[in-house]
Design a protein around this ligand. Sequence first.
Ligand code: CA2
Length: 176
Amino acid sequence: MFCAGRASEKKTMLRILVLHGPNLNLLGRREQSIYGSQSLDSIDAALTKLADELAVDVDIRQSNSEGELVNWIQESGSGYQGIIINPAAYTHTSIAIRDALAAVALPTVEVHLSNIHQREPFRHHSHIAAVALGQISGLGSIGYLLALRGLHDHLSAPRKLKKSSPASRRQKTASR
Ligand code: CA2
């Protein structure tokens, strides 16, 4: 897919996979005091609107199944440049999702509607955070929009934002 523009300026459109984990299909129907009143459809509509403004292609999916999420992450290795994921309860349990994200090695932003660090102790640990570019937690549905903006910026100017690894820092120091 290509952005509009002069033939000589045609750029490949960024494709971002957005994954919602288990029970997020219930948003807006229950637990509004924790997760807000917005439905998943309206969050997706806001994401799609912002994606249009940024000229990014978003593919948005929800699943209650860990295996399906793992399959989608594996498949994203071809055709996508980044992932936004709210793994929901799998955040705190799924080494399989973490391993799949590490394997595809696409820049990934982890999003949570609620502030997981202020909630029950079992929600404080994320298996995903260590393999993510960043985590946004506690800002409600706006978190998804910030994730899309952040990922778009990161992918548009990767060198500016990329952190150097300890190994590359050692190499630079040695060659000075
Ligand atoms: O805050 C978040 O976004 C969470 O990822 C949401 C998960 C929870 O397990 C995480 O600890 C934090 C739960 C999603 C379930 O959403 C529901 C929505 C409405 C009614 C019931 C559940």
